[in-house]
Ligand binder design. Structure first.
Ligand code: ATP
Length: 199
């Protein structure tokens, strides 16, 4: 699995549709200060489901939408599309290429897609779980992240190792199953109450 390309449109300092093609081995982004280099890694984390406005260096999620300049009007939405090579089936989708996209309107309405089909954020998270990618993945290391991991307490550091070892997706599935079990037990209790009232 590797990133093939990313299309950015209306996201932060990218009001024009911009397509980045990634080299299979290594891609370096160079540019002077304030040129938008970090905005590219922000776009990458955002399309993979990042939910924290602060970790995208904003105050609220709307801040990722191009806010305009003296010469250009602000945009009404931001959209990022990431194309991933999946020939090795590292992502559990039966296609050689996986395209994920995310769009956010100023109204707050947002849209996620996997291979062109509308989906939920939950499915984007599940797609990347245990691969090291995704919003909680360790493959995008932001400034200060290494020291944050080193200085963090045991449980936070453990989460990083769990994701690396592929355990996190099973923990999430376990939590899902426990929630379902709890809901079923609650329903059973209600049914028993109704049945005893009827007797
Ligand atoms: P450095 O080398 O200093 O770390 P950088 O190349 O990583 O800089 P970024 O932090 O990616 O630069 O980009 C900063 C620029 O992005 C600023 O000029 C800022 O005004 C612009 N920017 C951020 N959010 C938006 C937005 N919503 N709309 C328009 N421009 C934005």
């Amino acid at each position: 699995m590797f990133f093939k390309s990313m299309e950015i449109y209306g996201f932060k300092s990218f009001p024009d549709k911009t397509i980045l093609h990634f080299d299979k081995r290594m891609t370096a982004v160079v540019g002077s200060n304030g040129n938008g280099k970090s905005n590219i890694s922000d776009a990458l984390r955002w399309v993979m489901g990042e939910q924290g406005a602060k970790s995208l260096r904003g105050d609220k999620m709307e801040d990722v939408i191009f806010h305009g300049t003296v010469r250009r009007k602000p945009m009404g939405f931001a959209s990022v599309t990431l194309t991933i090579d999946n020939c090795d089936r590292a992502l559990r989708v039966d296609s050689d290429e996986v395209v994920i996209s995310r769009k956010l309107y100023r109204s707050g309405e947002s849209e996620y897609k996997i291979n062109g089909a509308k989906t939920l954020l939950k499915n984007i998270n599940e797609l990347f779980m245990g691969t090291g990618l995704g919003r909680d993945g360790y493959s995008v290391i932001g400034q200060g992240k290494v020291s944050e991991i080193v200085e963090s307490g045991g449980s936070k550091r453990r989460e990083v190792f769990e994701e690396a070892a592929g355990v996190s997706k099973f923990l999430a599935q376990k939590k899902d199953a426990e929630n379902k079990l709890k809901r079923t037990e609650d329903n059973l209790l209600r049914i028993r109450d109704i049945a005893s009232e009827l007797e």
